[in-house]
Design a protein around this ligand. Structure first.
Ligand SMILES: Nc1ncnc2c1ncn2[C@@H]1O[C@H](COP(=O)(O)OP(=O)(O)OP(=O)(O)O)[C@@H](O)[C@H]1O
Length: 346
């Protein structure tokens, strides 16, 4: 990842952000923060609901004035930019982009060129090339002639991202770009944005609740906790430092460092001696955890489950203490035998 000083595109100086509630009242959500964004990197901003992620994003965009401190883009204070100058350097995708009735995807993406076009608004070959490459990078060519109103939420989101890319900003802010996408598309879109950040040398900051995709694709993660505390770093460093558990405290869940996700905390059941090869062992462990049981590798006078994948179909050999071993053929059967899952159709 390129992180040369010359790549630095956004910088904050003691930025405190929040909302002006009028008559000299304000709701400060966080800060003072000294943040940086560099060209070529994808940074994901995560935090609990209401922590202030969108508010911070809006402050960095220049939509909300700082409570104190400042934001500069390419070394120049945001307040020194005219709206047109700002539109040339930074692009924004709000959570839900509205577009005029009947507008086609092609027309919406063309709007991205608006900050660069002349007074007549005529598209040059250069503009056309930027539009074509935005459609290509977001794999949304097939929607080009279709009215936006007829597209699904996910399809519309791809087109909106194309509109943002057609603008060719040095810095892009996206508020929950994956919110309407299906599961594979969520992971895919973040991967695509990471690749776009690198190849186009733009800095991308986005908010998301999708921890898995952020851990997989972000160059850096910024965490904002409910009390306004900011923590940032490489995703893997934050996992190892226990930063996710601190940012998302929960009486019911704990952060699993080895898996990079949250899992139920309560362990009300007895330990189960679980043996066998992964991934079958791992998913059996996950199923037991759902009911508060802990898988262990130390044997003792307890329930034993041995998973065998040598023969087909896979076998779960369940040995409760003082009872004969039963051979079962699915995790669901194990759970039913242990008295957890209802039988199919009941
Ligand atoms: N215009 C506003 N005026 C005053 N307070 C606001 C305004 N907009 C949002 N807030 C408050 O600011 C806080 C942070 O809101 P924000 O939308 O930034 O949180 P968020 O972290 O993006 O949340 P979520 O994950 O739910 O989208 C919330 O308590 C919210 O009620």
């Amino acid at each position: 990842m390129s992180n040369l000083t010359s790549d630095l595109i956004l910088q904050t100086q003691n930025l405190a952000f929040g909302h002006d509630l009028g008559t000299k009242h304000e709701r400060k959500l966080g800060g003072p923060l000294n943040l940086t964004l560099s060209r070529g990197e994808l940074v994901c901003l995560l935090g609990p609901n209401g922590a202030g992620k969108s508010t911070l994003l809006r402050s960095l965009c220049g939509f909300l004035p700082p409570i104190s401190g400042s934001v500069s883009i390419a070394g120049r204070d945001l307040s020194d930019y005219s709206p047109r100058e700002l539109a040339r350097v930074r692009g924004v995708l709000p959570t839900r982009e509205s577009s005029p009735e009947g507008m086609t995807a092609g027309e919406l993406v063309s709007l991205g060129r608006h900050p660069h076009s002349n007074w007549a608004g005529k598209l040059t070959p250069n503009d056309q090339a930027a539009i074509d490459s935005a459609f290509r990078d977001t794999a949304s060519q097939q929607f080009r002639d279709r009215p936006i109103g007829e597209l699904s939420d996910g399809e519309r989101q791809r087109v909106s991202i194309a509109r943002l890319l057609a603008q060719e900003p040095a810095l892009a802010f996206l508020d929950e770009p994956a919110a309407f996408l299906d599961l594979p598309s969520r992971i895919e879109i973040l991967g695509k944005l990471a690749a776009i950040a690198r190849t186009r040398k733009i800095a991308i900051l986005l908010t998301t609740h999708d921890l898995e995709s952020a851990l997989r694709h972000a160059d850096r993660i910024w965490l904002l906790s409910a009390d306004g505390k900011w923590t940032g770093g490489a995703p893997e460093d934050l996992v190892l430092e226990g930063a996710f558990a601190k940012t998302f405290p929960s009486p019911a869940l704990e952060f699993d460092i080895s898996q990079g996700n949250f899992r139920p905390k309560t362990r009300s059941g007895p330990p189960v001696h679980l043996a066998g090869p992964d991934p079958h062992r791992l998913w059996t462990e996950r199923a037991l955890e759902r009911y508060g049981w802990t898988a262990t590798t130390t044997s003792g006078p307890t329930i034993q489950i041995e998973v065998t994948t040598d023969s087909q179909p896979t076998q779960w050999r369940l040995s409760p203490p003082d009872r004969p071993t039963q051979t079962l053929y699915s995790i669901e059967d194990c759970l039913q035998t242990l008295g957890f899952a209802p039988t199919e159709g009941t």
